[in-house]
Design a protein around this ligand. Structure first.
Ligand SMILES: [Zn+2]
Length: 478
């Protein structure tokens, strides 16, 4: 059987999280706003107005370019991309064409098998978004809120080899965008949109079949499914002796099928020419140096450092660096508890992550600061509270904002390690439950867990569980 491999390139559009749009002062984020509320003469293309470039757009785009190891161009130009569509009131989109903001670059994408795929970037440019149209009972409605929203378009080389790799690339890109703070990168809100170019070839062969382009994929899962569906379709066609045609396809997520769209414009159809109303973007060395001050340690670098510096397993390091504020939180906590980074990591992975998932907060937004978390770990270490109480303290601190030690004192949560008090409670439980005692003594020793549970309830969770267990075992064996 012939073996095929896929050759995939992704074109992503990234919505920058600036306050205002790219060429006017309208609010950029309209997610919660009614249609046509964040618009002005500039972004709706009225005659006689002039666009002005938003400096922050250039800075965020350059920061991303630097993080992708791209070459930031000292001079780049805006161009008009001309096409006619109702959601484009000017009749052209301001974009960049032959002199983009940055060229080259790459993103390293760790794959599940432990290898890394280096995905090259062909170009990275700035452009404005168009509006949105929708059908409403036979009428066509237009919302111009998105017109002029700042976008970065980034095109990868044909470096990805499977649907899963395409998904992994998007996961790492989304992580990086959030890490840098340049985009919310929420695919459901169209902050990150993706078109995929897909073709196949025989493994080891030079000949590459024509490619198709898949549009309208709105989630990472959808990208994976759409690309996989298309790879399988192309293999079936080629095996049946048919030619692959260079279609543009649309992914219907509900039906799980690809549909053929209009034939695609070629670049010549857009009649690109320089935008006469805007100055070129000059990025001076001083400005670039200023922008690069914001360039943080990148996620994969930090992941490697967590493994080497703190001896964390790869699994822990990967999760802790999944999001920047979580990794900052971990480092702040380890600085206060340097003796056992893995113990800190366990508390974060098992308990803090649950709190973050439930509340939808970032680690930096918690009232349970790294300082308070370490205080709780130390209270458990010292035997002042048992582990169960320690874990319940997390939510109590988060809810009240109070210091853990203060809550322990106020609520009398300190662990009961007093043998006399535990023995007394244990005796009561033993005499109150003769049936269970009998079954235990007849050999059903697994009931010990039930007895410990009763005792913990009796002492409101404060008994030292190991001490409780050994006293109960002693009483029950009599
Ligand atoms: Zn505007």
């Amino acid at each position: 059987m012939t073996e095929y491999e896929a050759v995939i390139g992704l074109e992503t559009h990234i919505q920058l999280n600036t306050q205002s749009k790219i060429f006017c002062s309208c609010k950029a984020d309209s997610w919660n706003d009614p249609p046509n509320t964040n618009i002005c003469p500039v972004c709706t293309g009225l005659p006689g107005v002039l666009p002005v470039t938003n400096r922050v757009v250039v800075e965020k785009a350059a920061l991303l370019a630097a993080a992708m190891h791209a070459e930031i161009q000292p001079v780049s130009f805006f161009d008009r991309k001309n096409y006619f569509y109702p959601d484009l009131p000017k009749g052209y989109q301001i974009s960049q064409y032959d002199r983009p903001l940055a060229r080259g670059g790459y993103l390293d994408v760790p794959l599940p098998d432990g290898t890394t795929r280096q995905v090259t970037i062909e170009k990275l440019h700035i452009e404005e978004d168009a509006g949105k149209t929708k059908n409403d009972n036979g009428r066509r409605l237009i919302d111009f809120n998105r017109c002029g929203v700042p976008l970065i378009e980034m095109v990868t080389g044909p470096d990805l080899r499977s649907a899963d790799e395409a998904a992994q690339y998007l996961i790492r890109l989304r992580q990086l965008l959030r890490w840098l703070g340049v985009s919310e990168a929420d695919m459901e809100k169209a902050h990150l949109r993706c078109d995929a170019n897909v073709s196949i070839r025989m493994v080891g062969a030079d000949y590459l079949n024509p490619k198709t382009e898949i549009k309208n994929v709105n989630s990472i899962v959808a990208v994976k499914e759409a690309v996989q569906t298309e790879i399988e379709r192309q293999i079936r066609e080629v095996e049946a002796g048919k030619r692959i045609e260079a279609w543009t396809l649309e992914w219907d997520e509900d039906a799980g099928v690809l549909r053929k769209m209009r034939s695609k414009e070629t670049e010549a159809d857009y009649r690109y020419f320089r935008e006469p109303d805007l100055l070129p973007i000059h990025i001076s060395e001083a400005w670039l140096a200023h922008i690069l001050q914001e360039l943080p340690e990148l996620p994969l670098e930090r992941r490697a450092r967590f493994i080497s510096q703190y001896g964390l397993p790869e699994y822990d390091a990967d999760i802790l660096t999944g999001e920047r504020s979580l990794s900052d939180y971990f480092e702040a906590a380890v600085a206060l508890y340097p003796s056992d980074p893995k113990r800190v990591s366990n508390w974060l992975l098992n308990d803090l992550m649950r709190m973050l998932n439930e509340s939808g907060k970032l680690a930096s937004e918690l009232r349970l600061t790294p300082d308070y978390l370490v205080e709780i770990i130390r209270l458990v270490d010292a035997g002042t509270v048992n582990t169960t109480t320690g874990k319940s303290l997390l939510d109590k601190v988060e809810a009240s904002g109070k210091r853990p030690g203060e809550i322990v004192n106020a609520e009398g949560l300190a662990q009961v390690s007093d043998t006399g008090a535990i023995r007394q409670a244990a005796q009561q439980i033993v005499s109150a439950n003769p049936e269970q005692v009998q079954s235990y003594r007849k050999g059903k020793t697994t009931l010990i867990g039930w007895f410990v549970g009763q005792l913990m309830r009796e002492t409101r969770g404060k008994a030292d569980p190991q001490l409780a267990r050994s006293i109960l075992e002693e009483l029950l064996s009599e």
